[in-house]
Design a protein around this ligand. Sequence first.
Ligand code: IPE
Ligand code: IPE
Ligand code: MG
Length: 256
Amino acid sequence: MWHRFWDKKEPAKKLVEQIDKNRLPRHIAIIMDGNGRWAKKRALPRSLGHKAGVEALRDIVKACSNLGVGVLTVYAFSTENWSRPREEVNILMSLLTDYLRRELDELHENQVRVQMIGNRDQLPLEAQKELERSMEKTKQNKGLILNLALNYGGRAEITSAVQRLCEKVAQGQIKPEEISEAMFANHLFTFDLPDPDLLIRTSEELRISNFLLWQIAYTEIVVTDCLWPDFNPERLTEAILDFQKRDRRFGGLNKQ
Ligand code: IPE
Ligand code: IPE
Ligand code: MG
């Protein structure tokens, strides 16, 4: 079993104790940004920034599992990231494949269920195979859902939902006026997941970059200047504490 990250460090323990366990975010989504800047600061190639980013991801997955978070969605590769140099794209894809290969047994032992959102068919075959194997092996697990956003774009997701609904209309299975928000959400990649409660973006950028456009309608957003490879379970705990201070009104009025 995984060690709890707060067991060995007193400051981490103090932070975790401040979390209200009854009001944990059920779903945390993270835009893991800043690998390139992290490498640049150290005069290293971008590839080493991505490598360090994978290590950060390992720790965050464990931390979410330790804390009892239900779903962790991580933005690992966007539909726009194909426009990066081919070499960088290849490195990102092979890091993903290696991560799954290396971690699958441990993820499985810890009841993590691996899922993905995004268009799988356009990924390299190796990555597709590794994803398929991971999802199949862990599909009965009841712990944290690790949802990898890969070749994911919010606009592409919405467009494909529209296409599938239009097909159903054209075939007479549904009427246009029967399309509700709930039905629409059921045609997204995230049909089986709750909307994120908390969205974290590392590296300061104040934008969404085509991530979960529909699902984040009422998500609380935390942006940190921490670069993704430096993000760690303590920073995650701080983001959760920040989230727990928010007054989520969903367009209504607060309770006082
Ligand atoms: C995030 O780091 C990783 C991916 C987008 C895949 P970046 O590579 O975007 O790092 P910066 O933004 O250049 O620092
Ligand atoms: C968002 O980061 C995508 C991922 C983290 C996978 P980017 O680095 O691609 O976003 P922009 O280009 O700064 O908007
Ligand atoms: Mg970036």
